[in-house]
Ligand binder design. Sequence first.
Ligand code: ADP
Length: 433
Amino acid sequence: MAIDDSSSSSFFAPWPDRLRHSAIILLAAGLALCALVLLADLSLARAVAVFICIAAAALVPWRLHDSAGSREDVRAVSPVESAAVSAVVAGMPDPAVLLDRAGRVIHLNVAAAQLAPALRKNELAQFALRSPEIITALREAIATSEPRRANYLDQVPVDRWMELVITPVPVPTLFGGTERCMLMTFHDQTPLRRVEEMRADFVANASHELRTPLAALSGFIDTLQGPAKDDAKARERFLSIMHTQATRMARLIDDLLSLSRVELSAHVRPEACVDIVPIIRQVADGLEPLARERQVAIEIDLPDMPVAIAGDREELLRLFENLIENALKYGASGGKVIVSLSQIGSGEGAPEVRVMVRDFGPGIAPEHLPRLTERFYRVDVGDSRAQGGTGLGLSLVKHILNRHRGRLLIESVPKNGATFTACFPQAKPPTAS
Ligand code: ADP
C-alpha cells in the first residue's frame, strides 16, 4: 500500500493543496491581464487593481481558515503535511495513524498499513476500521478533545488483541497556527491476554484434577458410613481405592508445589557443581521395583568417571525420576529402557552433557510432540490417570532444564518407542587460582 502519494514531480507538488490552487489562479489571472494590457488597450493601473482583487479573493479565505482553524474540513488545507510530522508518525514503533478532525487519515506508518490495509491516506478511518466501538471512541475524542480507548481484534493470520488509544494532539501548521488532530496508536495486548488465558486454564485444570479424586473420596466415605457399614469385604476394597485417590491428590499437590518452586527460581542458575552419574544411578535403583512390576529391564550405560555439571541435586533427581518413570509406565510394552550418558564436546554448539532415556513402547504420534511439555497435557488422559500421572511431569522437566540452561529433545517413532534427551551445558573446569 502506498503511504505517501504526494510524489508529483510538478513545481507546485510540495505546496499545500489550497495554496497550490491559489497560486495557479493568480498565475492564470496575471497572464490574462498581461494579454489584455498588450492586446486590448487595458490600462496598467486597472490591470493591477483587478489583479489585487483577484489575489485577495484567492488568498484571504485560505489564510483566514488557517488562523481560525474553525472549519470541519481540514483535509483540503493539509496544514500538517509537513515532513517532520510524517517522520514522527513513521518512526513510531507501534502502528500509528494521524487523523484530521473529520477522521480522515493524514499520515500512517508502515506498521499501521500492515495492521489495517484498508486504511488509506485522505480517506475516513471509520470506513477502514469498521468497528462500532472504534467509531464511537473516535467521535467522542473529536467531540470532547479528550483521549479515548477502544479494542481492536486483528484476526489474520492469527488472533491479535490490540488496544487502540485515540489522543487529540495540537499539531503546528505551516503558517504558525495549530491544528487539532487525532493520533491513533495501536498497542498489542496479545501476550498479556495469553498469560491471562493460561492462568485461567491452569486454575481450571488444577481444580478439575483435584476435584475428581476428592469426589471419589467423599463418595466412598458416604458409602462406608451408610450401605457398606458392616460389609468388611467392601470396606477393604473401598479403603484401597481411597488410598490410591489420596496418593494421587498428594502427588498432584507435590508436583504443583515443585513446579511453582522451580518457576520462582527460574532466573537463578544453580551454581553448585554436581556429579550427575550417581544421581542417575540412584534414580534407576529407586525405580527398580516399578520396573520389576512392569516387567521392564533397565539398561544403564554410564561412564565410570564423574561427569560434572552446574546443577541442583534435588531438581536433577526429580527430572530423571520423571523421565525414567514415564519410560517404564508408557513404554512398558517394549520390555526394555536404556539410560545412557554422552558428552558432546566438539562441533559448532557449546559442549553438552546429554542424558538419554529410550524406551521401546508404542511411541508418541508427531502431532503431540510439541505440546507434551505443556501443563496437564496428556496424549491419553485415561491412560495417564490409570498410571497415576498428573500431566505435570514433563512440564516440570522442561522448567528444571530451563533453570539449568539446558534443553529437552523429544524424538519418537510411533510403534517404535520414544527417546527423551536432557541436555545440560558442560560445567566449566575450575580455574587455577
Ligand atoms: P503424566 O503425569 O501424565 O505422565 P507427563 O507430563 O509426564 O504427565 O507426560 C505427559 C504425557 O506424555 C503422558 O500423559 C503421556 O501421554 C506422554 N508420554 C510421556 N512419556 C512418554 C513415553 N515415554 N512414551 C509414550 N508417551 C509418553
